[in-house]
Design a protein around this ligand. Structure first.
Ligand SMILES: N[C@@H](CCC(=O)N[C@@H](CS)C(=O)NCC(=O)O)C(=O)O
Length: 203
């Protein structure tokens, strides 16, 4: 088994944080995204979208999409449960995973693609798309802040995979992309400090 990884990418970091929380060790290989190694035909055989991370199993089959990779490990190693237990909790974790993806990761990704000098060579940037998605990013942060006003973690009162995904997303937005949460979002800040203090955040 091998996990194709890229150290500064938010999507592979989701998986690394998750694995650290589970206490699992998986061999990794760095794929040079900047050299477009992930866009070569042999890599596109493993994942036709070209995205990292990809988990290659010993039988040669490949699983891509960061959350799907985490789910695979959850089935094999259910303890500690990070996708919830029981119908209701599992659905709530899934709900927050979707909310973080659609309301925060997507707009941050759009600001990255349409508003950052590092991506300017890759596509024809549309400045209005970056501006609109800065607003959507702020709304996504507020969505999390409102939830964290009532709960310790993203999907409720225990740490779940939604926290791993949200931490990687917030750090990407606040760091490389340059769209940090507003300082007035104190509940999000309290959560961020708490999850950053966990050893898994170093992954
Ligand atoms: N939805 C995918 C996104 C994968 C993705 O876009 N990964 C980025 C790194 S964070 C990547 O490979 N970017 C380079 C490229 O697409 O060429 C996931 O959750 O794994």
């Amino acid at each position: 088994m091998i996990l194709y990884d890229y150290p500064s990418g938010p999507n592979p970091r989701r998986v690394r944080i998750y694995l650290a929380e589970k206490g699992l060790h998986v061999p990794t290989e760095t794929v040079d995204i900047l050299a477009r190694r992930n866009r070569q035909p042999d890599f596109l055989e493993k994942n036709p979208t070209g995205g990292i991370p990809v988990l290659e199993l010993d039988d040669g089959s490949c699983i891509s999409e960061s959350v799907a990779i985490c789910r695979y490990f959850e089935e094999l190693h259910p303890d500690p449960p990070l996708f919830g237990t029981g119908a209701k909790e599992k659905a709530i974790v899934d709900m927050w995973l979707r909310r973080v993806e659609l309301n925060l990761m997507v707009p941050i990704g759009m600001v990255w693609v349409h508003g950052h000098p590092l991506t300017a060579k890759l596509i024809q940037q549309i400045p209005e798309a970056a501006a609109q998605n800065r607003v959507r990013t702020a709304m996504g942060y507020k969505l999390l802040n409102d939830q964290l006003a009532r709960h310790a973690f993203i999907a409720g009162d225990t740490y779940t995979v939604a926290d791993a995904v949200a931490l990687a997303t917030v750090d990407f937005g606040a760091g490389l992309v340059g769209v940090p949460p507003d300082a007035a979002l104190t509940h999000l800040d309290r959560w961020h400090q708490a999850v950053t203090a966990r050893p898994s955040a170093k992954a």
